[in-house]
Design a protein around this ligand. Structure first.
Ligand SMILES: CC(C)(COP(=O)(O)OP(=O)(O)OC[C@H]1O[C@@H](n2cnc3c(N)ncnc32)[C@H](O)[C@@H]1OP(=O)(O)O)[C@@H](O)C(=O)NCCC(=O)NCCS
Length: 237
């Protein structure tokens, strides 16, 4: 899987570092469905509400381009676990993630599964938390990472796992220890996956955020195109 700009790219990853501004938020809201607006109103903290609105705004912009439908007319359906699909577009696979200040959307019509996760690497992850999501091999690998790089490496492992569980549609209902990673030539490889249908990458986000992508494809490693979304315009590289 490469980050490239040729036409054979099978996956688009769209990143948006949004600035918070009250009037923008009202504009973003206008492309949301009534259900989404109701959900937005339930957030207690403004930061979480803005993050949700920005996420659905970008998602609708991206899906609009892929379905040739107006953003506010894209019909999103959620299954019992919260995974979204576009009504009538079963082959369109996509995934959304937001972390304070960044939204990431991955979309593809050519792969069977896709999951994306982004996180801010600010927080020190405590040893007890590592036990709850890392395998023993992963903990040994983390122990060997230089101390200054360890927090980001721990967050990278977390995002890899969460992107995979989102691609499966189960999210954190499934134990994150059920998927483990090792590294080959700097590329994350899922342990115990001999068929190599799954492909995992850490994406350069242009911000401090860590972004991980998980893809299942029968036809080898797909190309990835990473785009930066400019609000009020088409996504551009
Ligand atoms: C999926 C999950 C890991 C995301 O956690 P997070 O780090 O807080 O959030 P992210 O920003 O990375 O991702 C959020 C997006 O993931 C997607 N998502 C939610 N549940 C999902 C699932 N089961 N599979 C794949 N994607 C999912 C949604 O598009 C969501 O966007 P939204 O908040 O606008 O609806 C977490 O919500 C989860 O484990 N959900 C499943 C557990 C469950 O049963 N939830 C019931 C709610 S209906």
């Amino acid at each position: 899987m490469q980050q490239s700009d040729n036409q054979s790219d099978a996956i688009n990853v769209v990143l948006w570092q949004y600035a918070k501004n009250g009037s923008d938020e009202e504009r973003w809201m206008r492309s949301l469905s009534s259900n989404e607006r109701e959900r937005a109103a339930t957030y207690r903290f403004e930061r979480d509400r803005t993050s949700f609105i920005a996420g659905r705004y970008l998602l609708r912009q991206v899906l609009s381009a892929h379905t040739e439908t107006q953003p506010d007319e894209v019909v999103l359906l959620a299954d019992a676990y919260g995974m979204l699909t576009v009504e009538g577009r079963d082959t369109l696979q996509f995934s959304l993630s937001n972390a304070d200040g960044l939204v990431a959307v991955a979309v593809t019509s050519e792969c069977e599964r896709v999951g994306i996760d982004c996180e801010r690497p600010d927080a020190e992850i405590e040893a007890a938390a590592l036990e709850s999501y890392c395998s023993p091999d992963e903990r040994r690998w983390l122990d060997q990472v230089p101390a200054g790089e360890r927090p980001r490496a721990a967050v990278a492992l977390w995002t890899l796992k969460e992107s995979h569980l989102k691609a499966l549609g189960v999210g954190l209902r499934q134990d994150p220890r059920s998927v483990a990673f090792s590294w080959q030539d700097g590329i994350p490889i899922q342990s115990g996956e001999p068929n190599r249908q799954w492909h995992h990458r850490l994406i350069e986000s242009g911000s401090r955020h860590v972004v991980a992508l998980a893809v299942r494809s029968q036809s080898g490693a797909p190309g990835i195109r990473v785009l930066t979304f400019q609000d009020d315009s088409m996504p551009s590289e």
